[in-house]
Design a protein around this ligand. Structure first.
Ligand SMILES: *Cc1c(COP(=O)(O)O)cnc(C)c1O
Length: 351
């Protein structure tokens, strides 16, 4: 019998339990459909696709549209099948066997997971007890481990906390390896590191169409980075990895920026309302700059609270078995009626 690579044997797959309930607030998707008119535009483009031909290997139209959105040159943009594939490509090019990746826990589990799959060693450093990341502690950890890649995540998943700009600046100052700033939720927060990207720093900023753009089904993400780095990623990505439909989806989506901004505004307002609702209950709430909120019931068992919500038709994420997150639950911000259902169910469960 053949066996899997020995370093993969202890790896567990990525799990996000799916329970069939009315209100699903567990995976940080947008609760809103893609914008009005989006599907019609896509249908028209589908009719024009030459199905017998390979798509544009360099996804030039898509890259140009993303580049224009961020006001950068298109050779600073690399796109892939979800930001997870962007991260994998970065890790294949700049980490891998014999190289080391640094994370600050708790953070997005897939950073360490994909790093391990690519054969990289992972070093886990710690965030503070309040989940914030101190620039001094970050510099120390980077100086000690001299990682080939350091992952930052702001707003951080699953905590929702936004890193201070000083964190990214400190990481850039150390000059150790590549800094990967995962900004899957940046549009929900106050600032972004994307303006810090230039030719002289080892910084890339990773974004996704899965959350703010209401396009989780499309699997499309990208990074903005120095041109020399993008050129290396282009060598590592599989030929034609971005199919013609996906390239069209991204281009069309970027014509609906105003709709995207309007959806973000609604979600941010709802987030503040849900936060106020949570603060009125017996739970500790972590401040969030994202489209989800991490919280901890003070006097009730998190697993029982999670089950009580499922029993009332509301699914959220139970983080309480995750390292450093004992007792914590994470709720995605949904539509107003879904958020009402959540708050009502939670207040029932907590009495
Ligand atoms: C949801 C999420 C992503 C998105 O991954 P895709 O592959 O683009 O769907 C990336 N990073 C973080 C931190 C996330 O929470």
């Amino acid at each position: 019998m053949i066996t899997v690579r020995s370093d993969l044997r202890s790896l567990e797959g990525y799990h996000s339990p799916h329970v069939d309930v009315a209100v699903r607030l567990n995976t940080n998707e947008s609760p809103f459909a893609a914008p009005e008119g989006f599907v019609e535009r896509l249908e028209r483009e589908l009719a024009a696709i030459e199905w017998n031909r390979y798509p544009d290997r360099n996804a030039r139209g898509l890259r140009a549209a993303i580049a224009e959105h961020h006001d950068v040159d298109s050779d600073r943009v690399f796109a892939a099948n979800g930001s997870n594939e962007v991260l994998q490509t970065v890790l294949l090019a700049y980490a891998g066997p014999g190289r080391e990746v640094l994370t600050f826990e708790p953070t997005y589990q897939l950073h360490a997971q994909i790093a391990r799959i690519t054969g990289s060693a992972v070093v886990e450093a710690e965030r503070s007890a309040d989940f914030s990341l101190d620039p001094g502690a970050l510099e120390q950890a980077m100086a000690r481990h001299r990682p080939d890649i350091t992952f930052l995540c702001s707003p951080n998943n699953p905590t929702g906390l936004v890193d201070d700009p000083a964190v990214v600046q400190a990481a850039m100052r150390t000059g150790h390896g590549l800094i990967v700033a995962d900004e899957a939720y940046a549009e929900f927060s106050e600032w972004s590191a994307v303006d810090l990207v230039d030719e002289h720093h080892n910084l890339v900023v990773v974004r996704t169409f899965s959350k703010t753009w209401s396009l989780a089904a499309a699997r499309l993400g990208y990074l903005v980075g120095p041109t020399w780095l993008v050129a290396e990623l282009d060598k590592v990505a599989l030929p034609y990895h971005l199919d013609a439909v996906k390239q069209a989806i991204g281009r069309i989506a970027l014509d609906f920026v105003a709709d995207k901004n309007a959806r973000v505004e609604v979600i941010v307002a709802e987030r503040d309302r849900v936060r106020a609702g949570l603060e009125a209950l017996d739970v500790e709430v972590v401040p969030s700059g994202a489209n989800f909120i991490l919280f901890r019931p003070r006097a009730a068992d998190a697993g029982q609270v999670w089950q009580g919500l499922v029993d009332r038709g509301v699914l959220i994420r139970n983080c309480s078995s995750w390292p450093r997150l004992s007792g914590y639950l994470r709720v995605t911000i949904g539509r107003a009626d879904e958020n009402d259902s959540f708050l009502e169910a939670l207040s029932e469960v907590l009495v």
